[in-house]
Design a protein around this ligand. Structure first.
Ligand code: EPZ
Length: 423
């Protein structure tokens, strides 16, 4: 197992270029299963999760070529006669559930191990199943497997109301509806930029989708979808991570290839804390060295609210500012695991249900041996280690490497003292 050794590093300075979005590229890769032709995807981040999705597509008969110098993958669909995803691949990445909708729509059948929970919550798929059933699928779950089968004459469009604006459910249902007969409306849909990027990719393949990015998405079914070429949007959570890295170290960092519109809540909250954020020609410039940083309160919400994926990163920052902050997590039921790890560094955070009280830190954090419980928690512990006195050892870093491309190399280029060692 690998780990990071992080030394107190002083202010980060310089510029960093954001990679393509993990949470956009994974459903887009799954969507290639709907295509009759070759798809070329550009600006693909080279992540562990992307490697797993390549393996899943290959296991389903697709030919996948990877060119990491060009950050491009090319996917040529198979004959569409394989509908079962190998369990050992599903266990590696819960986002494999994204292939259920495309497989069902294209082949009429999908069999996949239930993705199961993770440290941040039990991650059910009831809303995915509700939507696919409304499109006519028969869904059976048992022995840890979910099997979906379409009627003989294919899926039919329907009105689907999502009880919660689930990102994955919106994506699975939207992908399945592209080849259903008639029209589908998804109400209370998720509005994340990754949904818009997926819809843009599908429309370039010949799908007829309107309203992505709003709470109501309309899909007109078509007979077939053809290949296309698409460049993935930049990763807004990686963007937010480096924005917080600049603030927590009281540095001055230019974040290139970022989309300010995708990180509005993060910009607003950083400015409330006293950091400066300027939308410059070459990117977002974040400075944490101009004012004394102060506390603020955070409440995570579905997009366009403050992103749950930024909650751990922001909590790390709030342990270093003047004053006490409240952090409320409304999206996942167990996403404060990093609070205990930060407290081992001297943060003294009190968690009560969905609320964490984060006292500011008059005295400095101190280095400790801490464990990454999920990819964002792991990243937050690295950022805390950059400002803690002494040395911080962050273990279980495969979580981090699942979701951040060249994470420690990018930090090192900004002046961070961080080393990756194999245990
Ligand atoms: C996506 O997960 C992201 N992952 C997550 O990013 C992100 O945190 C999450 O959306 C919320 O923004 C990918 O895109 C690969 P949800 P997803 O379905 O689709 C409940 C990261 O850090 N729910 O919107 O699984 C669920 O339990 C990862 O990159 C149901 O109840 O998130 C949770 O409480 C972590 N039933 C809430 O909705 C369902 O059928 C949000 O889940 C589905 C979800």
């Amino acid at each position: 197992m690998a780990k990071y050794i992080v030394e107190q590093s002083g202010p980060l300075r310089g510029e960093v270029t954001i990679s393509g979005s993990k949470n956009a590229v994974l459903p887009i890769m799954a969507a290639t299963l709907l295509s009759d032709g070759v798809c070329e995807i550009n600006d693909v981040p080279h992540l562990l999760d992307v490697d797993v999705m390549c393996e899943i597509l290959r296991s389903l008969g697709s030919t996948v070529k990877e060119d990491w110098n060009a950050h491009t993958i090319t996917v040529e669909p198979g004959k569409g006669d394989i509908s079962e995803v190998p369990h050992e691949l599903v266990k590696k990445m819960r986002a494999s559930i994204f292939v259920m909708g495309p497989l069902l729509a294209k082949t009429g059948f999908a069999s996949i191990a239930l993705p199961g929970g993770c440290s941040i919550g039990n991650r059910p798929i009831d809303l995915h199943n509700k939507g696919l059933r409304l499109l006519g699928a028969r869904i059976l779950t048992g022995d840890g497997i979910v099997e979906a089968s379409a009627p003989r004459n294919g899926l039919k469009g329907a009105l689907v109301y999502l009880d919660f604006p689930s990102v994955g459910a919106t994506e699975n249902i939207m992908m399945a509806a592209t080849l259903a007969k008639g029209s589908t409306v998804i109400e209370n849909a998720a509005e994340e930029p990754e949904i818009v990027d997926l819809a843009n990719f599908l429309n370039k393949m010949g799908a007829k989708i309107k309203g992505a990015g709003t709470d109501t998405i309309r899909i007109e079914g078509v007979e077939t979808l053809h290949g296309t070429r698409h460049a993935v949007i930049p990763d807004r959570i990686e963007t937010g991570t480096f924005m917080v890295a600049a603030a927590i170290t009281r540095g001055d960092v230019l974040i290139k290839n970022s989309v300010p519109d995708h990180v509005r809540p993060v910009i607003a909250k950083l400015m409330e804390c006293g950091a400066s954020v300027n939308d410059e020609v070459d990117g977002l410039r974040v400075r944490g060295d101009l004012n004394e940083l102060v506390s603020t309160d955070i409440k995570t919400l579905p997009y366009p609210g403050f992103p749950t994926d930024m909650q751990a990163l922001f909590m790390a920052l709030l342990t270093t500012v003047d004053g006490t902050s409240a952090v409320i997590e409304t999206v996942f039921e167990n996403r404060f695991m990093h609070a205990a790890e930060l407290s081992r560094m001297g943060a003294n955070i009190r968690v009560d249900g969905r609320t964490a009280i984060v006292p500011g830190n008059k005295h400095q954090l101190t280095g400790a041996h801490v464990i990454s419980t999920d990819l964002r928690a792991g990243a937050a512990l690295v950022l805390a280690g950059l400002v803690a006195k002494g040395t911080t050892e962050v273990s279980e870093i495969y979580h981090i490497e699942r979701g951040y491309e060249n994470f420690h190399e990018k930090l090192t280029a900004l002046g961070a003292k961080i080393e990756r060692i194999e245990d």
